[in-house]
Design a protein around this ligand. Sequence first.
Ligand code: SF4
Length: 313
Amino acid sequence: MPKKKKIPSIVKDIQNQVQHEVNYAYEKSISYSQLSMYTECPKKWSLQYKEGYKQFTSSIHTVFGTALHETLQKYLEVMYNESGAEADRLNTSEMLEENLREEYKVQYKKNKNQHFLKPEELREFYEDGIEIIREFAKNKSKYFSKRGWYLVGCEVPLMLKPSPTHTNLYFQGFLDVVLYNEKTNKFLIMDIKTSKSGWYKDQKKDELKQFQLILYKKFFAEQYNVSIDNIDIEFFIVKRKIYEHEDFTIRRIQQFQPPSGKIKLNKATQTLNKFITEVFDREGYKDIEHQPTPNKNCGWCPFHKTHLCSATY
Ligand code: SF4
């Protein structure tokens, strides 16, 4: 049995921090998803979050994303807290299948007990997931070193006030994976993205996508009292499909570290502050109507062509 490493106190403090529980009777919370939705279309955000038109938006992509996240996170927890060999002994195929089944059950209930996926779709995604896990486990030491590194946690919570003028407002988030290196005193925040064939130039350049990890970095530093200069961020993108090439190997795993220096940090903060001030006053939601901004994603919007939004793009 390998000797367990002593967990650094900075890691223990983060793990033991008690989180504020939002009381929705007089407090509100926002998240990166809300910011992203508002930036794309204020009307869509308003219908969903302010007016409470809860729409069923689950799909094979969200079910698969959740199930795969849970499986990879479990693997990492065992790898860091026990050993790599122990993680390899996990029956990850069975875990993925079970996680898919459980997540589908939850979403099926939310969909008023109506099926929304075909068994063959689930099977195809399951098989893609198996391939991703296989490459992940085979190359674990390339992506996740254990030398000097500790797993702070998976789904590490963020819950803090994002604006000094809005004292009843909280920013809420969950960080997929957070690691700490004792030698360099650096943290690494990772966000796992499932993707069909990876991120190309356009996705990498998309500032709104980048803002997710940039804001997580800013708020992680604030909430856990860590120097922002000691935090790195990374999108860990796993691809369902790879197209074989005879001359080189195409990997299923892609890593992307978005720029997160002062300029980007200011831009992300300004975008968040604009959202907050346009939407909230000191008491809660402002009593104003938010306008639609028709865009290329209208076709997938749950309010598209309904009495709630008749805008076309
Ligand atoms: S259909 Fe388009 S314009 Fe209307 S709410 Fe949805 S995203 Fe906005």
